[in-house]
Design a binder for this molecule. Sequence first.
Ligand SMILES: [Zn+2]
Length: 338
Amino acid sequence: MYSVAKDKYRTPRAVRAALCCVFLVGSLVFAPAAQANIVFQFDFGSPLTDAAFLDPTYGAERQAALQAAADSFSSMFASHFSNSGTIRLDVTSSNDPASNTLASAGSYLYDYGSAGVRSNGAVMTQLQTGANPFGATSLGTLDVNFAHNWQLNGNLPVSNTQYDFTSTMFHELTHVLGFAATIGQDGSPIFGTKAAGEWDPFTNFLVNAAGVKVINANFSLNQAVWNAASAGGGTLYFNGAHAMAANGGQLVALYSPNPYEPGSSVSHISDAVLNLLMLPSTGTGLSARDFSAVEVGILLDLGYTLSETTPTPVPGSVILLSTGLTALVGWRARRRRA
Ligand SMILES: [Zn+2]
């Protein structure tokens, strides 16, 4: 699915990259005129790539569920942040019961060519600057695996045999906003080269337990630090000031499994913490549908702006683990915790 989108959008200097998860779009009007908001719009592809969303029996319900979840996400986002804009995403579907990936999504990346950390998400840029230097109409991708048992209606209870579609879309759309590290298992950027230092803003916040940065001040890779943690020998952390302030002054631990999990490692909060939106996996039943203070802090560190009505995140007790990288970050299904 990703290769299709990649081929479709490849341009000389614009490459989409990979953040994970899903997004919703909404062409519906859902907010008061005075309220800043994100308007999500979705491009459903062909029957070859998007059979589930175009299914003659279930397609309309699935498309409506995606739009409703996106609208809800937009409202939730606006309760914390003031950024607004229209974000259009390429949507695909899968139907793979053997895969434990529930959904995946990401922003396309583009290279703005300056020195240093310079691989930016097209979605992030659109929402933070109002500009679209990426050029294409669609700014990211979203895929949903309909082989799993979803509760599509966000207003109905989520049973212990169903996955929370609304929560999962919230998770995926957050990846689309830039909550994902675009660094590969060997330390290479997903878009660009080590020599060019083309990592993204999220990756620039990665540190080891001692606070040593993965990306050096001169934008070169600290290969030893990266290798030690990415190989499973340690945990990687997020060291943004807002995220740490919301985490009791501590580094935020990111998901750092051994062995490394491409597309999931370092792009999620450590699963040592329960019931957060940006964990690497979710169980059945109702899941998180709001940002925690730490997740708000990470988005602030990535450049998003607090809404005027939102209080500064309150320090919490959440402890996060390390970083991840990715091309496509998937949200894995897992059994409900006992
Ligand atoms: Zn994810």
